[in-house]
Write a protein that binds this ligand. Sequence first.
Ligand SMILES: *Cc1c(COP(=O)(O)O)cnc(C)c1O
Length: 347
Amino acid sequence: MMPEAVLCQAQAEMIEWQNSGMSVMEMSHRGKQFAHIAAMLEADLRELMAIPANYKVLFLQGGATAQFSFIPQNLLNGKTKACYLNTGAWSEKAIKDAGAICEVLVSASAEETKFTTIPERARWVIDAQAAYLHYTSNETIHGVEFQSTPENTGLPLVVDMSSNILSREFNVSDFGLIYAGTQKNMGPAGVTVVIVRDDLVGHASNMTPAVFNYAEQAKNQSMLNTPATYNWYLVGLVLQWLKAQGGVAVIEQRNIAKAARLYQAIDNSTLYRNPVATTCRSRMNVPFILADESLDAAFLAAAEANGLAELKGHRSVGGMRASIYNAMPDEGVTALIAFMAEFERTH
Ligand SMILES: *Cc1c(COP(=O)(O)O)cnc(C)c1O
């Protein structure tokens, strides 16, 4: 979901951006107007996340999925192994792609609970010889979220933050590398943010293509080739919107309240159930199943008729999923809860 205010601003500026005589999508990425948009984008992200000066901020293409392969290519630095936590569908994909590049040690897996838990920290197996430890801070499909950052792992921490970046406060200096596709919480698809500590940059394998080599892209302000200019602009508008809301700390409180209301409605019902352990429920993605699966189609059709869209769970897990990212207003959650109660009453 995009904030409506952002869509309105983009609409107003679509044909001509700030007396430039052009749309942003017509600008040269080397021109001074776009240079301004790019500089604001990075400055606003640095401000919102309090990114320390010793971190590079890159805006790349290829989605978070491309990073599954390019993280090991950039970070192995002569090592042969990386550690991964397996907490759901996105972890599994990251593990699979890394496995083609290096040896992967799965430090812990929640597969045996069908990805409804996060394995206890005391049982993680971490190899000090590994280049890094990778985890997925929010499992978008399974609705599982780490409520705190793993500590004392002894390895640079690499995190796929695609679906909870900017939804809660993180201490960037806890991480070696943060990456996120923008399409969940930062804007439209087409941009991948990589925030990487200086000492991890500059060791890419010879096989790494230049556009995915962090050192090359850092040297070129992420413009080694033509960036997704219009998408950068839209992400920039979302960041400005977030700043106007009061920043991450404010939106986090709103997200806590939104999620709590929805989980409470689910827990208090006899028709709906969320399968995730209460200690690791996601604030962003709330999956739920109906006690009677044969009602799924009727539920989705009635929801659609009530203006509640995109509630079908991911095809790999079925059921329903309410994604309540930053841009989802309180009224959206209220409308969903009211609809669910009414559907339960009539079914
Ligand atoms: C959506 C998502 C991805 C994939 O992002 P793409 O931009 O489609 O490659 C990866 N990880 C997580 C956690 C996601 O939610």
